[in-house]
Design a protein around this ligand. Structure first.
Ligand SMILES: C[S@@+](CC[C@H](N)C(=O)[O-])C[C@H]1O[C@@H](n2cnc3c(N)ncnc32)[C@H](O)[C@@H]1O
Length: 448
C-alpha cells in the first residue's frame, strides 16, 4: 500500500470514529482484513490511528493557536490536522516534510483549494514556530488532563477517588501500548515448553507474575505463530487471567459464567477444571455467544455449554443453589482498557457509569440465589471506578447478609499483588501502572 493510501485509510477510520461510526480497534481490523495489509502497513496504520486518538486532547491543544474558527472545520480536516501533528511530534521515523506533503495531497483529493492552502499553512506554521508549551496551563489538574489527553471530569473524578499520585501514574500509563500476554492451555503444553519454543522462534517473552499460565510477549507476532493457531495459547490480559486463578476451582465443579463473551475467562475456567465438571456460559448477545463456542472449540474444551441469555433472567433457567462457583465479569464502563481502546476515555460519561452500576447490581442480585451454600462468587470489571467496583460490592453485601467478602481471597493473591495500593476491604483494584496490565477490579464473595 502506498504511503498516501495508508494515510487516507487512517483518516477514514479516524473520521468514522469521530462521528461515532465505530470503534477504532474494530475498524482497524476490518481495514486490515479488507485490504490484506502487510505487517509493516498494519503496524503503521495502527500506530497512526491509535496514537492520534490516544493523544487527541493534547493534539488539540497543540493545533489550537494555529487554527482560526476551529469549530467550523469539517471533521475530516480536523482529524487530518491531528493525525499529521501526531506524526510530526511522536513518530520520529517520519520526516515532517513528508507528513505535510501527504496531508496536502490528501486535502487536494478531498477538498477545495482553500482547504488545501489552509492545511498547508497550519502545518508549516506548526513546523516553523513550534508547539505551544504545556507549561502555559496553570491549573495542575487541567495540565495533567491535557498532557495525558484525558477528559478533565475523569481526571478530577479519579483524583477524588484515588488521590493525585495514583491518578497521575494511571493517566501516564494509559498512554503506553499494552504489553501482549497469552495464556497457555495446560491441557496441551507446559508454560516452560511454550516459552522455549517461542524463544527459539525469536520471540522476546517471559513468565507472568500474576498467573502460572501467563506469558508476556515483548517482541514477536503470536497471531501468526503455530502455537496460537493450534490452540496451545490464547491471547488474554494478565489481569483477566487473575480471575481464573482466584476462583478456587476444583475438578468436577459446576460453574456459572453469567456474562461470558468472548469466552476468555470461561475457557480459562474450563481449562482449570481440566475438562471435568461443567461451565455454563451465557451472554446477552447471541452473536457473541458464538465467539465463546469458537474459542472453546479452538482450545479443544468440551466442558463448556454456551447459550444466549440475559443474566438477569438466569434464576428462571436454573434452580436455586445450583453452582459451586459463579463468575460475574460484568459489563462495565471499560475505563481500565483505554490503552488498547482509547476511544473509550472520550465517550463515557458519569451517566454511563451510574447506568452500568445499576445493571451490575441487577446482575449480582439475580445470580446470587444460584450459588450453593459455601459456594464462591467472583465479581470483576475492567474499569477503574468506585461506583462500579467497591461501592457496588458494598451495596450488594448490605442487601445480601448471606454473603461476605471471602478473606482467603487476599491471602491467595500472588505474592507480588498482596500489598498493592488498590487493595481495600472490598477487593483488589489493579491500576494499569501496578503490573502494566489493564485497570481491573476483582473480588471474591462467599455465601454462608
Ligand atoms: C466484560 S465482558 C465479558 C468478558 C468475558 N467474561 C471474557 O472474559 O471474555 C461483559 C459481557 O457481558 C455481556 N452482557 C451485557 N449485559 C448482559 C446481560 N444483561 N446479561 C448477560 N450478559 C450481558 C456483554 O455482551 C459482554 O460480552
Amino acid at each position: 500500500m502506498s504511503n498516501m493510501a495508508l494515510r487516507n485509510a487512517a483518516l477514514d477510520i479516524l473520521t468514522r470514529v469521530g462521528d461515532g461510526g465505530g470503534y477504532s480497534h474494530l475498524l482497524i481490523n476490518q481495514a486490515i482484513e479488507k485490504r490484506g495489509l502487510s505487517n509493516r502497513d498494519t503496524s503503521l496504520l495502527t500506530e497512526i490511528v491509535y496514537g492520534t486518538i490516544q493523544r487527541k486532547h493534547t493534539l488539540d491543544f497543540y493545533i489550537t493557536p494555529f487554527v482560526q474558527k476551529k469549530s467550523k472545520l469539517k471533521p475530516w480536516v480536523l482529524w487530518l490536522l491531528y493525525m499529521s501533528v501526531y506524526q510530526m511530534v511522536y513518530l520520529e521515523r517520519v520526516p515532517d516534510h513528508a507528513v505535510i506533503n501527504e496531508a496536502v495531497e490528501i486535502s487536494k483529493k478531498r477538498g477545495h483549494k482553500g482547504i488545501v492552502s489552509m492545511v498547508n499553512g497550519i502545518l508549516r506554521n506548526v513546523q516553523r514556530k513550534g508547539l505551544p508549551s504545556l507549561d502555559s496551563i496553570e491549573d495542575p489538574v487541567e495540565r495533567l488532563a491535557v498532557e495525558t489527553s484525558h477528559p478533565l471530569w475523569l481526571v478530577k473524578r479519579w483524583i477524588d477517588m484515588y488521590g493525585v499520585d495514583e491518578t497521575k501514574s494511571m493517566c501516564h500509563q494509559n498512554l503506553q501500548r499494552p504489553t501482549m500476554s497469552v495464556r497457555i492451555n495446560p491441557m496441551k503444553a507446559t508454560r516452560e515448553r511454550v516459552i522455549d519454543r517461542l524463544q527459539q522462534d525469536g520471540f522476546d517473552c517471559e513468565p507472568s507474575l500474576l498467573s502460572p499460565q501467563g506469558i508476556l510477549i515483548f517482541k514477536g507476532n503470536i497471531v501468526n505463530h503455530a502455537l496460537f493457531q493450534q490452540g496451545f495459547v490464547t491471547i488474554q490480559d494478565e489481569s483477566s487471567m487473575l480471575v481464573g486463578e482466584m476462583m478456587d476451582l476444583k475438578a468436577d465443579m459446576k460453574v456459572l459464567d453469567a456474562c461470558s463473551a468472548p469466552g476468555g475467562k470461561a475457557t480459562h475456567i474450563a481449562e482449570k477444571l481440566n475438562d471435568t465438571g461443567e461451565v455454563f456460559a451465557y451472554d446477552l448477545h447471541e452473536k457473541k455467544v458464538k465467539l465463546v463456542r469458537d474459542k472453546a472449540e479452538q482450545l479443544g474444551l468440551e466442558n463448556i455449554t454456551a447459550k444466549q441469555a440475559d443474566g438477569r433472567n438466569l434464576p428462571s433457567m436454573h434452580e436455586e443453589n445450583t453452582f459451586d462457583r459463579i463468575l460475574l465479569d460484568a459489563p462495565c464502563s471499560g475505563l481500565g482498557v483505554v490503552r488498547g481502546k482509547p476511544d473509550i476515555k472520550y465517550s463515557k460519561t458519569t451517566d454511563d457509569i451510574l447506568a452500568l452500576s445499576n445493571i451490575q447490581g441487577e446482575l449480582l442480585d439475580a445470580v446470587s440465589s444460584l450459588l450453593k451454600e459455601n459456594g464462591k462468587l467472583v465479581y470483576s470489571t475492567c474499569t477503574v471506578d468506585h461506583e462500579e467496583n467497591e461501592k457496588r460490592i458494598q451495596q450488594f453485601l448490605e442487601d445480601h447478609p448471606e454473603y461476605e467478602v471471602d478473606q482467603a481471597f487476599f491471602d491467595e493473591l500472588p505474592e507480588e499483588a498482596r500489598d498493592l495500593p488498590g487493595i481495600t476491604e472490598w477487593g483488589l483494584q489493579l491500576f494499569p501502572q501496578d503490573f502494566d496490565t489493564d485497570g481491573f477490579f476483582l473480588t471474591r464473595l462467599k455465601k454462608a
